[in-house]
Design a protein. Structure first.
Length: 384
């Protein structure tokens, strides 16, 4: 059954598997962990389980908790080394807190720490999928966080909004609920006069992106509205709904799902589970090895469902091998697709602009049918 309104997320028939993301500012206050608030949320998770729903938690807070324990400035985010040290200390406290509170409702917590590469590498991604499925089938509540103690600046999610969306893809969840410090998406900065919250968004368009603010009201977390919209796009590629709601209230899920206060992002038409799990994984990747630049004609053909041919390429950026993920950009620099390249970077550069009849002389062997085949490509936009 499709999800069309916030109350549907409390229906196990519409949403049998939920991912709930909890931000740092909700979990950690000036005096440390906010146990009373978290106890209320855990009670709501237990109620969801009683309704027959499976729940995965993506929990921030390790860095903030560890920074308080170690006495680090800037909430532990003054440097990468501080963040890694704070995470190593705080993760113990965070996992123990979740285990204790979930256990009080007879639920078993299972900790999983992920790095970006765990979800970017296809084989490791499938391992995560298998582990999550087995834990949920066994009745556990997976509690997931980025492994900040070992992640480097170059290979990390940087915020748990996008991590939650990628976890939802891997778990084949029905919906993601991002509990944050704001009621939802507003048509302009919420502090501006006349700002209106948008209840439902059908696909994240350029107009929707223009409404986003990079600010996070708390100053404690690492995500803002921009990262939440990126998370909505990632989820949408797999046909997964995403909700932005305010977690600062007691029993925040009831306020969002029962009172209908929040923004529901529905998957765009065509950006659903019909694309397939592999394409959803590819489209949600955050790290790509290179860029293929194409002309206007090729860009239009891709949007009609065609493969990328060498004749439509105008340039190549980056160093990549055959089978690596690349972005495809139009003449205005917009990323219109992600795909797996049939050639390495040097071959792509040599083939750019050439007709198929000219390619064998350059390659020294018969050319493949395309540079990026449509079966190995996912569109990032629907129109130009």
């Amino acid at each position: 059954m499709p999800i069309s309104r916030l109350s549907d997320l409390a229906d196990s028939a519409c949403a049998p598997r939920l991912v709930i993301k909890v931000g740092s500012a909700l979990l950690v206050g000036p005096q440390g962990a906010r146990r009373a608030w978290l106890s209320g949320l855990v009670a709501e998770i237990a109620e969801a389980r009683a309704r027959g729903q499976q729940v995965i938690v993506v929990s921030s807070g390790a860095i903030a908790l560890g920074a308080a324990t170690l006495g680090l400035e800037k909430g532990g985010r003054g440097s990468l080394a501080d963040a890694q040290a704070a995470a190593a200390v705080g993760q113990i406290a965070l996992s123990g807190l979740w285990a204790e509170l979930l256990g009080s409702h007879g639920l078993t917590a299972a900790q999983i720490l992920l790095t970006l590469e765990d979800l970017e590498d296809r084989r490791r991604y499938l391992n995560v999928t298998a582990t999550l499925g087995r834990l949920l089938d066994a009745g556990a509540v997976p509690v997931i966080n980025e492994n900040d103690s070992v992640a480097t600046q170059e290979i990390r999610f940087g915020d748990n909004d996008r991590l939650a969306a990628r976890v939802a893809q891997a778990a084949q969840a029905s919906a993601v609920v991002l509990l944050s410090d704001i009621d939802g998406l507003y048509d302009r900065h919420p502090k501006l006069p006349g700002a209106q919250m948008i209840p439902v968004v059908d696909g994240v368009t350029a107009e929707i992106h223009a409404m986003a603010s990079v600010e996070s009201n708390s100053g404690m977390g690492s995500g803002g509205m921009v990262s939440k919209l990126q998370a909505a796009e990632i989820a949408g590629l797999a046909g997964i709904c995403l909700v932005i709601g305010n977690g600062q209230h007691d029993r925040p899920l009831a306020r969002i799902l029962q009172e209908g206060i929040g923004t529901l992002f529905c998957p765009p038409t065509g950006g659903s589970r019909h694309a397939g799990a592999r394409k959803a994984w590819l489209g949600g990747r955050l790290r790509l090895k290179g860029v293929l630049l194409v002309d206007a004609g090729a860009a239009a053909a891709l949007l009609r469902g065609s493969s990328l041919l060498a004749k439509g390429m105008t340039g190549v950026e980056g160093v990549f091998a055959r089978g690596d993920p690349v972005a495809i950009t139009d003449p205005d620099g917009r990323v219109i697709a992600h795909g797996l390249s049939e050639y390495d970077a040097a071959e792509c550069a040599a083939l750019s602009g050439l007709h198929s009849s000219e390619q064998a002389d350059v390659l020294g062997y018969s050319p493949r049918s395309s540079v990026v085949h449509r079966d190995q490509m996912v569109l990032k936009v629907r129109s130009l």
